[in-house]
Design a protein around this ligand. Structure first.
Ligand code: CTP
Length: 457
C-alpha cells in the first residue's frame, strides 16, 4: 500500500485545498492529512486563522478524501510522521517548492501546482473590519502598525478624540473603534461609539466607575455589539496558558497573587502622563481578579502622590492618577498634575490574599508570583510582556518552564481576539466583564479615597 502525506492549515476550506487533496490522494492508496495546531500556527506567525484546529479537521474529514487526519504541533514533526506512518510520498502545493527537499532522504517529495485565484487569506480579507483609532499616543501608533499583520482588519487614520466633529466623521466611516485616551474620557467616547452601532476595543480601564462600566456592557449587549477591554497582557498565549494551568491545580490551592509593575520614566506625552494606578493598575490587577475572582472581602490602598505640595489626598477633589491640573506650582506658575508615584493595594479574599504594587518614577522587580500549596508560578520581569513562565516546586528537579511566542508586545493577539469576538467566535479570548468591572472599581475607590491611606511626602 502506497502512503501519501500532506500538511496544511486548511482554514476556511476552499476549492484550492480540495483540489490539492484530490491530487494527493490519487498519488497513492492511503492519504494522511496533517492539520496544524492553533499553537503551531501561532508560533510560525500565522495568527489570523479563523477556525480552530477541530473545525479545520472536521472540514477536511467531510471532504471524504483523507484516510487519516493528524495534528501537526511541532517543528520537525514531519520527519517523525514520515517514519512513524511509513510514508512513501510527501506532498505540498507549489508555493512550498524546494522548501521540503530535505525530506527526500526519507521519502518521495512532490510539489503540486497551486490552484490559482483562491486562498484562505483572500477569503479572510473579504470580511475586512474597518477599525477607527481614537487617541493620540504611541500606543495608537502601535495598534495601527500591528493591525497590518491581522488579516481582515483595516485600521483607519487616527483622530485625537478631542474634537467631536472629527470623532463623528470617523464613526461614520468605520465598523469598530479602538479607544485610547485619559480614563476620564472613556465613558463618553465608548457610549458614543456604541450608540453609533460600532464595536469597541477600549484601553483599560473601560470606565472610571463600576456603574459606568456596567452600563456600557449592558448597552453593548442591548445593541448586540462587542465591547472589549484592551489589556494586551490578557490576550498573550502565555498568560492564557498560565491561567489554565492554575485552574487545573498545577500549584495546588492558591494562597497569594503578587504583581509588581513599575517604570522609571513617566510617559513622554504630557496628555498621557497618568499616575501609577491609572497607568499600571489595570495590568497589575488583571492576574489578581482573573485568578482569585472578584469577590474581595477587604482591601487597603497605600499611595504616595506627588501633588505640588498640596495636602490633598487622593480622595479630595481631583480624580487621582490623571493628568489633571491639581495645584499651581507657585515658583513656576505652572499647573502640576496629581500624580501617584507609587501605590500598593493589599487584598483579602475568602481563601487567599493578593497584592499589587505600581510605580512611575521608581523601580522594583516587575515580577508576578502566584503561590500555592504545592508550588508556585513565577513570571519574570517584565511579566506583563509574558512569553515565559516557570512552575516551581520545593524539589527543583520538578520545575517546569513554559515558553510561548509573543508578537508585537501582545497587541497583535489583542486585535485578533477582538476580531474573533466581533465575528461571534465562542473561542475568542475575552476579559470577563466582572474582571473589567472590578478593575474599574479599584480606580473608582482610589479616586474616591475609599480604603486609601496617603504616605507622607
Ligand atoms: N493550496 C493549493 N491551492 C490554493 C491554496 C492552497 O494547492 N489555492 C495548497 C497549499 O499549497 C498547501 C495546502 O493547500 O499545500 C494547504 O494550504 P494552506 O496554507 O492551508 O492554504 P492557503 O489558502 O494557502 O492559506 P493561507 O492563505 O492562509 O496561506
Amino acid at each position: 500500500m502506497k502512503k501519501v502525506i500532506t500538511y496544511g492549515t486548511f482554514d476556511l476550506l476552499h476549492y484550492g485545498h480540495i483540489r490539492l487533496l484530490e491530487r494527493a490522494k490519487a498519488l497513492g492508496d492511503y492519504l494522511i492529512v496533517g492539520v496544524t495546531s492553533d499553537e503551531f500556527d501561532k508560533a510560525r506567525g500565522k495568527i489570523n486563522v479563523r477556525e480552530s484546529v477541530y473545525e479545520r479537521m472536521e472540514n477536511v474529514r467531510k471532504t471524504g478524501l483523507a484516510d487519516e487526519i493528524i495534528i501537526e504541533s511541532y517543528e520537525g514533526q514531519k520527519i517523525d510522521d514520515i517514519k512513524k506512518y511509513d510514508v512513501d510520498t510527501f506532498v505540498l502545493g507549489s508555493d512550498w517548492a524546494g522548501k521540503f527537499d530535505y525530506l527526500k532522504e526519507y521519502c518521495e517529495v512532490v510539489y503540486l501546482d497551486r490552484t490559482e485565484g483562491i486562498s484562505s487569506t483572500d477569503l479572510r480579507d473579504h470580511t475586512s473590519l474597518k477599525l477607527g483609532l481614537i487617541g493620540k499616543s504611541s500606543n495608537v501608533d502601535k495598534v495601527k502598525h500591528e493591525a497590518v499583520y491581522v488579516d481582515g482588519l483595516e485600521a483607519l487614520r487616527p483622530v485625537s478624540g478631542n474634537d467631536a466633529g472629527e470623532v463623528d466623521s470617523l464613526l461614520s466611516e468605520c465598523d469598530a473603534v479602538y479607544v485610547y485616551s485619559v480614563p476620564g474620557k472613556h465613558y463618553e467616547l465608548v457610549k458614543k461609539a456604541l450608540n453609533a452601532g460600532k464595536h469597541v476595543l477600549v484601553e483599560s480601564p473601560v470606565a472610571e466607575t463600576r456603574e459606568e462600566c456596567r452600563e456600557l456592557f449592558a448597552l453593548a449587549k442591548e445593541k448586540n455589539l462587542t465591547l472589549m477591554e484592551g489589556l494586551k497582557t490578557a490576550y498573550s498565549t502565555a498568560f492564557q496558558r498560565l491561567l489554565l494551568l492554575l485552574k487545573g491545580g498545577k500549584i495546588g490551592r492558591i494562597v497569594s497573587v503578587d504583581a509588581v509593575c513599575t517604570s522609571q520614566k513617566p510617559a513622554a506625552d504630557e496628555e498621557m502622563r497618568w499616575g501609577s494606578i491609572a497607568d499600571w493598575g489595570p495590568t497589575a490587577l488583571l492576574p489578581v481578579f482573573s485568578i482569585l475572582g472578584t469577590d474581595c472581602r477587604e482591601k487597603r490602598i497605600v499611595t504616595w502622590t506627588e501633588d505640588a505640595g498640596s495636602d490633598k489626598t487622593a480622595a479630595e477633589g481631583d480624580k487621582a492618577g490623571q493628568a489633571k491640573p491639581a495645584a499651581e506650582d507657585e515658583k513656576h506658575g505652572q499647573a502640576k498634575p496629581v500624580f501617584d508615584r507609587y501605590t500598593k493595594v493589599d487584598f483579602r479574599f475568602d481563601r487567599a490574599v493578593a497584592s499589587v504594587q505600581v510605580g512611575k518614577g521608581m523601580k522594583s522587580e516587575g515580577e508576578l508570583v502566584i503561590s500555592g500549596t504545592e508550588g508556585y508560578a513565577y513570571v519574570p520581569a517584565p511579566w506583563w510582556k509574558t512569553d515565559f513562565f516557570e512552575i516551581r516546586y520545593e524539589n527543583t528537579d520538578e520545575n517546569q518552564r513554559y515558553f510561548y511566542q509573543l508578537e508585537g508586545e501582545g497587541i497583535r493577539y489583542e486585535l485578533v481576539a477582538f476580531l474573533q469576538a466581533v465575528g461571534g467566535k465562542a473561542s475568542a479570548v475575552e476579559i470577563p466583564e466582572n474582571v473589567s468591572e472590578a478593575i474599574a472599581g479599584i480606580m473608582e475607590d482610589y479616586a474616591e479615597g475609599r480604603d486609601v491611606t496617603k504616605l507622607a511626602d
